[in-house]
Design a binder for this molecule. Sequence first.
Ligand code: ATP
Ligand code: MG
Length: 327
Amino acid sequence: MDNLLKLVEKFARTNLLVVGDLMLDRFIRGEVERISPEAPVPVVRVLSESTSLGGAANVVHNVRSLGGRVTACGIVGNDEGGNCVVAALRKTGASTAGVCFDGAVATIQKIRIIASPRHQQIVRLDRESGQPASAATRKKLRDFIRSALGRYDGIIISDYGKGVVHEELLDVVADRVVRSKVICVIDPKKENYRHYRFPTLITPNKSEASEAAAIAIDDAASLRAAGAKLVRRWRAQAVLITRGADGMSLFRPRQAVKHFPTEPRDVFEVTGAGDTVVAVCALALASGGSYEEAALLANIAAGFVGDEVGTVAVPGEKLKRSIADKI
Ligand SMILES: Nc1ncnc2c1ncn2[C@@H]1O[C@H](COP(=O)(O)OP(=O)(O)OP(=O)(O)O)[C@@H](O)[C@H]1O
Ligand SMILES: [Mg+2]
């Protein structure tokens, strides 16, 4: 535990690049007063509106709140949402040097309408173009990564399958990672299972692991088989399968699986626990921590995410306090 505390203190000295699908979460909160006379739907009187960073932008936010230095790299539209994402990223203290504006796409926004008093989500509106960014923008992104990656201790690929992460980009990253000490942590999505190579650590959740390994995970043996298969498939130094309230399991080449149970929490909703996992793991590995230490810290930090509604950036102080309490 003492070592974990020292490791968290080193987070402030690390500099990470986060590449992925930047998103904006909008929350509109209000009260349901009656059923609409126009259609059988509730009428919500709006009491407050707020935004928070989502997707890869939530990973950036988590790295910052845990004390690390970080640069965001991704694509936003030439729209109000894009300006909002960039402003919010800068407000966290992150650099937005790698963010490209592309007029051909809409900034990805998830708008949730939530009614009090029970925080019930009434509807979610997704705004995204569904079009990939232009070839020129995608190239600009790859060029940025190629020239900038050497200046960072590590890279996080936060893939939400929305098109920023693509085969050629992953090739650029893999080539760099195998030739340097830069660590590479990937949060994978189906669209790119075929293209991930040589990650230092990759963190599928249980259903992604099942899907990518083509093995139904329903007991300890199938979990082991899937983990081992994914280490080979992605030529990964480590695969960390996150298992919700069951914690996580770490797989490494030629080593026995290690399970990291967690204190299960009864939570209303967990969004972004996976974002916290990659942020903590990358900070821990880039600070010289072991895979085991990374998993222990990630479990503690991700456990906090369910404490609040919506995406959450876990503060470094909260993580330190929780470790100190366990000593
Ligand atoms: N109910 C829970 N109680 C305690 N810890 C949890 C719970 N749910 C998630 N966690 C923590 O969060 C980690 C990641 O959760 P999960 O496996 O659900 O990832 P995920 O599906 O990628 O999440 P998301 O997509 O919502 O970000 C778990 O390994 C665990 O540490
Ligand atoms: Mg996830």
